[in-house]
Design a protein. Structure first.
Length: 172
C-alpha cells in the first residue's frame, strides 16, 4: 500500500515498520500511544478502502465500509440489496461515485476515542488532484459552488475493526 504525498511515495508497510521500530526503541510515549495507534489504524483503513475501490476489489472494499447502503441500493434497485460487492461495482462504474485513490491527507482529528475525521485529497484520473466542480446547471463561483479539492470522511472503530462511514465523492 502506498501513499502519494506531493512527489513522495510512502509505503504503509514501511510506515508501520518505522512506527514499530520507534516503539521498540521507546520513542513513542505510552500516554498517547493508544490514541496515536487508533488514529494510525483509522488512517490505514481509510486509505485501504479507497485503494480497494479504485482497484475494483469491491468485495474486500465492502469490508472497510460501515455506512448505510440505501444510496447504493437507490442507484441500483435491480441488484440484490445484500450484494454489497455488486452494489459498489455498479456505483463506481456507472452511478457517479468517484472511486479514486487517496493522494494526500490534509487534516486529521480525533472526534472521540472511537471516531476520527479526515480531510483528504484524491488522485484524479489525469494524475492531478481531483476537483469537484459545479453540478446540474450551477455556475462556478466562490459564493455558490467553488471548486473543491478537499473532502471530509469519518472512520469509526466498531469492535476491533476500523470502518469508513461515507461513500466516495459523487458526481452526476
Amino acid at each position: 500500500m502506498f501513499i502519494l504525498s506531493g512527489c513522495d511515495v510512502y509505503s504503509l508497510q514501511n510506515l508501520s515498520d518505522k512506527k514499530q521500530e520507534e516503539n521498540n526503541q521507546g520513542l513513542v510515549t505510552n500516554g498517547n500511544n493508544a490514541h496515536e495507534e487508533n488514529m494510525n489504524y483509522a488512517e490505514e483503513a481509510l486509505i485501504k478502502y479507497f485503494s480497494l475501490l479504485n482497484e475494483e476489489k469491491f468485495n474486500e472494499a465492502a469490508q472497510y465500509y460501515g455506512g448505510d447502503y440505501e444510496t447504493l441500493r437507490g442507484f441500483n434497485p435491480s441488484v440484490d440489496p445484500d450484494d454489497h460487492s455488486e452494489l459498489f461495482l455498479k456505483a463506481c462504474r456507472y452511478s457517479g461515485l468517484n472511486c479514486l485513490k487517496v493522494k494526500n491527507i490534509v487534516n486529521k482529528k480525533e472526534i472521540s476515542p472511537t471516531e476520527f475525521e479526515f480531510s483528504i485529497q484524491f488522485l484524479g484520473r489525469n494524475g492531478d488532484v481531483f476537483e469537484s466542480g459545479p453540478c446540474c446547471g450551477e455556475v462556478e463561483n466562490e459564493e455558490n459552488f467553488p471548486m473543491r479539492t478537499d473532502f471530509t470522511f469519518r472512520v469509526k472503530k466498531i469492535g476491533d475493526k476500523f470502518v469508513v462511514m461515507s461513500l466516495p465523492v459523487y458526481t452526476p
